[in-house]
Design a protein around this ligand. Structure first.
Ligand code: NAD
Ligand code: DAU
Length: 349
């Protein structure tokens, strides 16, 4: 039996990954380590919480003695590390919590793995990272695995630092590592501070749809379950020490996505055509807003045989339906501490 530590498994991507591994690999034992910050939610995993090959541990990856004791107790064979502060706007408000969790937390996990893995055979430390480490693109071109790092927000700088630490542990101590850098994910269970669930929820409640700047920034969207499938493929077939870019070959200007959402949701909510579009409100731009991200995922496709499984329109449709069917999930989240963040972020914008 392989013993795998997944960090951040109560979050958006982590919960999809935990579910995939628990179902697909009954002979693996999955430990989900998560601090349950505002973004972590065990409701995301109620369907698998009693599975015999799964356990949840509440804890903070920056707590060195706790993490080391956990490694000693559980004797993990592999780590898939997702726990992080993940929202760019919050990193602008509070950069140090990103430095703490994303940089220090990754260092603590790497150190615990290095100390415990005296025999490195069949061990793997997998770091789940972002395309934002590469900076911002102009009108043309793609990020490849050899694009130089040029992070420009406190979030992306903290993720770049953690990527560098992971590679440094490989080069210096031979720790078997792999890194993947993925584009924007969308799908069920995403915290409503992010663009798509925020817009979906605001459309439902006829609240203003806050588009930053002119809405011309471009993001490359990937269905979250396709990201989880990519992590599965890289975990099992990726080459130690390598980096793999993951993306949807699916670029959209923010404003075009918001228009599309409005059109689909007018139909689903039986509203007059054009009603939701009236909610679109252009607000002050994000500080240092990266213009365009676009991933070239050819290496992952050619070398490991992965490709996205869902067309964007289909994925978006499923995503909207999930939020519409899970009003209690979203209303519980939006009525907690998120309310304060939302007001601070948007009322004076
Ligand atoms: P998320 O914010 O939804 O979830 C993060 C999880 O980490 C939460 O469950 C939270 O409780 C946990 N966590 C935070 N600090 C912790 C700590 N100190 N100790 C233990 N657990 C802690 O994030 P997400 O969108 O699911 O992203 C997961 C990972 O994937 C992150 O590393 C992020 O950088 C990366 N990523 C995200 C995207 C995206 O589009 N969302 C794209 C590429 C890469
Ligand atoms: O590219 C991968 C990254 O994608 C991940 O590493 C991050 O964890 C994830 O949060 C995401 O970062 P973005 O900043 O691209 O995602 P966000 O949903 O915050 O914003 C998407 C775009 O929409 C961005 O150009 C900013 C814009 N936006 C966002 C919000 C929240 C708006 O116009 N209005 C909004 O209210």
């Amino acid at each position: 039996m392989k013993k795998i530590l997944i960090t951040g498994g109560a979050g958006f991507i982590g919960s999809h990954l935990v579910r995939l591994f628990v179902h697909k690999y009954p002979d693996y034992f999955i430990t989900n380590l998560d601090a349950l910050t505002y973004a972590g939610n065990l409701e995301n995993l109620t369907d698998i919480e009693n599975s015999p090959n799964y356990t949840f541990v509440k804890g903070d990856i920056t707590d060195e003695s706790f993490v080391e004791a956990l490694f000693e107790e559980k004797k993990f064979d592999a780590v898939i590390h997702l726990a992080a502060e993940s929202h760019v706007d919050r990193s602008i408000l509070d950069p140090m919590s990103f430095v703490k969790t994303n940089v220090l937390g990754t260092g603590v996990l790497l150190n615990a793995a290095k100390k415990n893995w005296t025999d490195l055979t069949n061990k793997l430390f997998y770091h789940v990272s972002t395309d934002e480490v590469y900076g911002s693109l102009g009108e043309v071109g793609f990020f490849t695995e050899t694009t130089p790092y040029d992070p420009r927000s406190p979030y992306s700088a903290s993720k770049a630092a953690s990527d560098h630490l992971v590679r440094a542990y490989h080069h210096t101590y031979n720790l078997p590592v792999v890194v993947s850098n993925c584009s924007n994910n969308y799908g069920s269970h995403q915290f409503p501070e992010k663009l798509l669930p925020l817009m979906i929820n605001n459309i439902v409640h006829s609240k203003p749809l806050p588009v930053y700047g002119k809405g011309e920034n471009v993001r490359d969207w990937l269905w979250v379950e396709d990201h989880a499938r990519a992590i599965d493929v890289i975990f099992h077939k990726g080459i130690t020490g390598e980096t793999y870019n993951i993306g949807g070959f699916n670029e959209w200007k923010n404003i075009d996505i918001v228009h599309l959402l409005c059109r689909i949701m007018d139909k689903k909510l039986n509203r007059a055509e054009g009603e939701s579009e009236k909610l679109i409100t252009y607000v002050k731009d994000r500080a240092g807003h990266d213009k365009r991200y676009a991933i070239d995922a050819t290496k992952l496709e050619n070398e490991l045989g992965w490709s996205p499984s869902l067309q964007f329109e289909e994925g978006l449709d499923k995503t909207i339906d999930w939020y519409l069917a899970n009003e209690t999930w979203i209303s519980r989240i939006t009525s907690g501490s998120y309310k304060q963040y939302y007001d601070q972020q948007y009322t004076k914008r």
